[in-house]
Design a protein around this ligand. Structure first.
Ligand code: ADP
Length: 162
């Protein structure tokens, strides 16, 4: 069984992430979504909340598992016996950072391959960061987020404002 690890911050999970997971399942038999604590990014949601939202969005897809990991991604990939790392590539802005990470990871663990997938065009501009901006200014989240995730994001922003 071919297993792919999809790492990220998922603060929160958007339709762009979901699109990549769905596409990954055409390449891998199982996808493990690995949510990183990533304190440097100052996430709006804590690790448990982010995991919870990924689980909620993915609940009907049997071949998806959600975990957390700390430390080096390649160590986690090797420990878990997975076959590759999955990353999403949006507009060219992602390329440099992703290229650097993939090559560093290859240097650290030469047998671990990184697979890049492109989302549907409608999500190619979407990021958790921009969605948090839209939410802060009261914009509609319907095109970008699962309804329960949208509700949790609106609640979080409301509670931060008050
Ligand atoms: P990170 O902090 O590692 O960038 P993210 O949660 O922002 O974590 O993203 C995880 C992965 O999903 C990254 O490879 C990122 O490029 C990809 N991704 C995020 N949003 C989209 C999107 N709209 N379309 C395609 N890939 C995406």
């Amino acid at each position: 069984m071919k297993i792919g690890i999809y790492p990220g911050t998922f603060d929160p999970i958007t339709h762009g992430h979901t699109d990549i997971i769905t596409r990954s399942l055409r390449v891998f038999d199982k996808v493990v979504v690995a949510v990183a604590p990533n304190p440097a990014k100052h996430p709006l949601f804590n690790l448990e909340e982010r995991v919870d939202m990924v689980k909620l969005v993915m609940k009907d897809i049997g071949q998806v598992e959600v975990v957390t990991f700390e430390g080096l991604l390649v160590d986690y990939v090797q420990r878990s016996g997975a076959h590759g790392i999955i990353r999403g590539l949006r507009a060219i802005s992602d390329f440099e950072h992703e290229f650097q990470m993939a090559l560093i990871n290859r240097k650290l663990a030469k047998k671990v391959e990184t697979v890049f997938l492109m989302p549907s065009e409608e999500y190619s501009y979407l990021s958790s960061t921009i969605i948090k901006d839209v939410a802060t200014h009261g914009g509609s989240l319907t095109p970008f987020l699962h309804p329960d995730v949208a509700r949790r994001l609106q609640e979080r922003i409301r509670s931060l404002k008050s």
